[in-house]
Write a protein that binds this ligand. Sequence first.
Ligand SMILES: Cc1cc2nc3c(=O)[nH]c(=O)nc-3n(C[C@H](O)[C@H](O)[C@H](O)COP(=O)(O)OP(=O)(O)OC[C@H]3O[C@@H](n4cnc5c(N)ncnc54)[C@H](O)[C@@H]3O)c2cc1C
Length: 403
Amino acid sequence: MNFETPPLVETFSDQLDRFIELEVEPLEAEHDQFLGETGEQSLLDADGRVCEEYLSVMDEIQRASVEAGFYTMHMPESVGGGGLSLLEFTMMMEHLHDRHPDGFHEDIVDLLSVTPALLPCHDDEYQRERFFDPVMDAEMHLCFGLTEPDHGSDITHMETTAERDGDEWVIDGTKCFITNSTFADAIMVHARTSGEDGDPRGISSFLVERDNPGWQQGKVQRAMGGDVGRHAFNHFTDCRVPAEQMVGEEGRGFMDAAMRLVGWTRLHLTAKCVGRAQWLFEQCVDYAKQRTSFGEPIGTRQSIKNMLAELRTDIEQTRWLYRHAAWRYDQGENPRWEQSAAWLRGGELWNRAADVAIQVHGGAGFFRSLPFEGEYRAARAARIYDGTDEIQRRTIANQFLDR
Ligand SMILES: Cc1cc2nc3c(=O)[nH]c(=O)nc-3n(C[C@H](O)[C@H](O)[C@H](O)COP(=O)(O)OP(=O)(O)OC[C@H]3O[C@@H](n4cnc5c(N)ncnc54)[C@H](O)[C@@H]3O)c2cc1C
């Protein structure tokens, strides 16, 4: 066993810090209306969507990120990516998020667009030219449509259907809560093409472009925090797509694309939670050393020490959960319950860290002049998306109950 940080991750992390300093921080200074305690107000247009000015800043960062090799660092070298292993990539994600959350650094990678779910498109000339290459070059943004108003955890019961009509597929149904669907150029949408309700087989994936008249953007869904202005209902009515826009094999979209993506996503999201929690912990330690009450630093009080000790222990536990699961994935295994265990702890960790940060900072922690209340709101979604806490527990227990 070797617990050292791989040299590649150390070098790449230094390069990432330098990239943020040179390419991202100047844009933050130029567009500081999107940051700080009133940032969210400037970010949204009149309809509640993330505004055009912010999207053009995001595009600028992503084009620079493509040039610097960060944007596709997790994709295989054989398709033009950076070829990082999942362990290396998740460690990079922890590093990316172990910093003040109020900035544009999250835009350096767009993990909804450039995902392993898109890999089958590389092998198909039509899909490579129309979707894969533009996504890898940050010229096209995708969103990922699975969830429906009546089906989330039980998504294999989805009601969206696609029927073959000559050279086309005709999609009908509604997807909701879809991140980035307020601005994405295309959506990877999942629909039942055959099979029984509840069967993961028979669900296929399709790429639908924004200008398709059968895809209508519905109501924007205003989020509690985090990535505000990005979620919406998406309606598909007699939505005709050429047969060439089915991704992968017919009937295997959910099993191949969605399930592969979910395991991968749960680990890089856990790494993000660890990075965020580590940064919040450091803020608490600094504050506990300098804030005094009754003439003594609050860090001398056992109740404050307890909060810090528990949080630091949880961070370490979760860090090694995600790293071990990522390492097993890199060995070609399918560490399904370990991915769920990591993500279960990851979402809880980020929530607890934000809560502790508010508590340690007292009244100051509650107000928007510090970033902790924003973290508290953003973290809450991590116990819901990519499978709720309850679904992670179900997956873990079922592994041992042979279900
Ligand atoms: C910020 C955010 C971004 C999102 N982005 C996307 C996106 O980009 N694309 C996309 O497709 N979806 C997205 N989602 C949707 C997300 O994946 C679903 O919300 C999630 O899977 C839960 O589904 P649901 O909301 O329908 O809840 P439900 O499935 O209705 O669950 C309601 C409650 O019942 C519990 N429950 C359900 N079934 C069981 C069970 N068998 N055992 C025990 N408890 C159970 C759940 O844990 C939950 O507490 C996003 C959600 C959020 C909050």
